[in-house]
Design a protein around this ligand. Structure first.
Ligand SMILES: *Cc1c(COP(=O)(O)O)cnc(C)c1O
Length: 367
């Protein structure tokens, strides 16, 4: 059977945990969501995580809380999934693409600085493949120009930057629990808020703008509330949270194994002619969601691996070409180069030592 590029990890405990929620018939947001949020903090070091129904919802909520509105500009890389840019458009703001670093696929702080205008309100770095961006440099630009940093950390569950967990660094950090991410809840996400007041607002806005914590049902049988500003139906539900709780167990061990596979790939493939694995600085630890590299003659590479039952994929090419973002940019030279040579090979929880060896052998056999 062909080795897939992704897999969905479901803990052996998942059936039991989810079944208990189903048996309780309490399916919507409740105690399990709270428990999940509290474990995201205790196990991963995330600051004030608010669980929602997707990573995209988390990103959108963060932009709402950052006050992004029509006429504002938000700077992000093109090397990402379309969700990063779409949430900016949902706020009727403008997406400004900064260039990336060719070696990593991460946004280049030098390019960000060149793109800042009077209209710029936020920067959205994306930790491509799980390798943290240059957060000190990005934070310094944000401070200098009074911008909000909203990290798209969909790939970066478990990553650290200079010893600090991603999820504890910027004003907002957004994670995804979509099916193929490190920890899945089916679909889901979380927005981490450094400021407690943002977390309180996120809590209210994820459920229509109704303050559940401070509204009581009256004798008439409806909660008494006043919606002061627009909210969304973005909350996570309890059976999703139960799946998340099951998948959080043993996460540290799963991440350690991913890192072991990544370092094995780097050693085994790094010196092959025509291959350059992406580079991560030694002051940060990647979550290794993807194993990416630059290869020569990429189509031949993908075809050769395919013939040996191994999937290789670009995962995403730069999103700027979509007409909703204004079409292909001509001022992103590193992105252009990256589009031409990047490729990823399988790294996930479904790999055994044997399949890892198969991947390495498939590459070493040449293309
Ligand atoms: C997965 C992903 C998202 C969106 O997450 P969903 O949970 O699918 O909404 C956003 N950004 C990036 C880079 C992603 O990979």
């Amino acid at each position: 059977m062909k080795i897939p590029i992704f897999n969905t990890y479901i803990s052996p405990k998942a059936n039991e945990y989810v079944s208990r929620v189903l048996e309780s018939t309490y399916l919507s947001e409740g105690v399990k969501v709270k428990e999940f949020e509290s474990q995201l903090t205790s196990r991963l070091g995330w600051v004030n995580p608010i669980a929602v129904n997707s990573g995209t919802s988390a990103l959108h909520l963060a932009l709402v809380l950052a006050g992004i509105e029509a006429g504002d500009e938000v700077i992000c890389p093109a090397q990402t999934f379309v969700a990063t840019g779409l949430v900016v458009l949902q706020q009727k703001a403008t997406v400004i693409f900064a260039d990336i670093q060719y070696e990593s696929g991460n946004i280049d702080p030098k390019s960000i600085e060149k793109k800042v205008t009077k209209k710029t309100k936020a920067i959205m770095p994306v930790h491509w493949g799980g390798a943290p961006c240059d957060m000190d440099e990005i934070g310094a630009i944000a401070d200098a120009y009074d911008l909000t940093v909203v990290e798209d950390a969909a790939h970066a569950t478990g990553a650290t930057y200079k010893g600090r967990p991603v999820g504890s660094i910027s004003q907002f950090t957004c994670f995804s629990f979509q099916a193929i991410k490190h920890i899945t809840t089916g679909d889901g996400g979380a927005v981490c808020c450094l400021d407690k007041s943002d977390a309180e607002q996120a809590f209210v806005k994820r459920w229509f703008g109704i303050d559940r914590a401070h509204s009581q049902p009256s004798i008439l049988g409806e909660r008494q509330y006043d919606i002061a500003s627009i909210g969304y139906k973005y909350h996570m539900n309890d059976y999703a949270a139960a799946l998340g709780l099951a998948n959080l167990e043993g996460f540290a061990e799963r991440l350690a194994r991913r890192r072991k596979i990544a370092s094995y790939y780097r050693n085994a493939l790094g010196s092959i002619d025509g291959i350059r694995p992406f580079i991560t600085s030694s002051d940060r630890e990647s979550a290794e969601w993807l194993f990416g590299m630059h290869v020569e003659r990429r189509n031949d590479f993908i075809r050769a691996l395919q013939s040996r039952e191994v999937t290789a994929s670009v995962v995403h090419l730069g999103i700027d070409h979509n007409s909703c973002f204004g079409g292909r940019r001509r001022d992103l030279p590193n992105q252009d180069k990256f589009n031409e040579t990047q490729v990823h090979i399988p790294i996930h929880d479904g790999l055994t030592d044997e399949t890892v060896a198969t991947v390495v052998a498939a590459v070493k056999a040449g293309w």
